[in-house]
Design a protein around this ligand. Structure first.
Ligand code: ZN
Length: 189
């Protein structure tokens, strides 16, 4: 799946808006909702949750936590809806890194206006160019676990790590000025 169709986006906008209605944001009064389409096609929702010590959790982070807690490790699309019509609510810097962890070149991030209309659509490499990600750690041999199922298989598998390293190195040598984004990790299908 690459870009979402209009129908999918409309449905996801509704889900995200519903999550936004449940946001707990008494300090910022800036409710945000997020809907994530994971590798399985399932949708995970999140809302921002603030606390009195001002260390709140963003809607995207909430949705990612729900996705990971359900055993998924792949983000196909993220839909974010904020409360405003003048300043588009795109993911914050922290969340861009969080999304990036589970994204690839095909992942799309849709930022919506308050009323659910599409504001902007981005690729991960647009939102976070020249990013640092799991591949950086794979290259030095610290291969991160990708899914509960693949954990045993991938961590001790040096051959697979070597192959990935070669791919990363090849890619890096091919284009040094552009952030290619992570590769799709098809480990849970
Ligand atoms: Zn955020």
């Amino acid at each position: 799946m690459t870009a979402l169709g209009k129908t999918d986006l409309k449905a996801l906008a509704k889900h995200a808006a519903k999550a936004r209605d449940n946001a707990y944001c008494p300090y910022s009064n800036h409710p945000v909702g997020a809907a994530i389409v994971a590798g399985s096609g399932k949708v995970y929702l999140g809302a921002n949750v603030e606390t009195a010590h001002y260390k709140g959790v963003c809607a995207e982070a909430s949705a990612i936590s729900a996705m990971v807690s359900a055993g998924e490790r792949e983000i196909r699309a993220v839909v974010v809806i904020g409360p405003a019509m003048e300043y588009l609510c795109t993911p914050c810097g922290d969340c861009r890194q969080r999304i990036r962890e589970f994204a690839d070149e095909e992942t799309r991030v849709y930022s919506l206006w308050r009323d659910g209309r599409l504001g902007q659509e981005h690729k991960m490499s647009d939102l976070l160019p020249l990013s640092f990600g799991p591949e950086n750690l794979i290259e030095v041999g610290a291969l991160p676990a990708k899914s509960p199922k693949s954990k045993k298989k991938t961590v001790p598998n040096k051959a697979a790590a070597k192959k990935t390293n070669e791919r990363v190195t090849k890619k890096r040598n091919g284009d040094k000025n552009d952030s290619p984004g992570p590769k799709r990790r098809r480990t849970s299908r």
